[in-house]
Design a protein. Sequence first.
Length: 152
Amino acid sequence: MEQPKNNFKIVSDKKTRMILPNAITLLGVCIGLTSIKFALDGKFALAIVAILFAGLMDALDGRIARLIKGTSKMGKELDSLGDVISFGVAPAFIMYFWNLQYLEKLGWFICLMYVVCVALRLARFNVNSEEEPSWRDNYFEGVPAPAGGSLF
């Protein structure tokens, strides 16, 4: 008698496999935007905690997507856009409202340059990841956006 195959799947519904990681990514974006609101209100400690939680969501979304086989090109692009907001725009605003506003135009220019650098780094990462695999895939080029958001 033939034994049935064990087709164990964590999430079997295809729509759920695609929606769940993207929902986690969007939750991270909302947390990143909330950090901007905290910075506007002068609650800088909460703003920083929110950035750390956005980093946690960023770490979870990709891992969960790979675990449940829910990776997609849209998810990759959405993750990059979320990274620009949560680890580019949000830290720049936090720094601006905390201390850079006193430098006036120079402070704003520093914030703009940081966000532009984050966006360019993520765009380069996305373009390079579509090429053939090579030895360069084992090394980072530049500072990853979540780490940069924590450093800024």
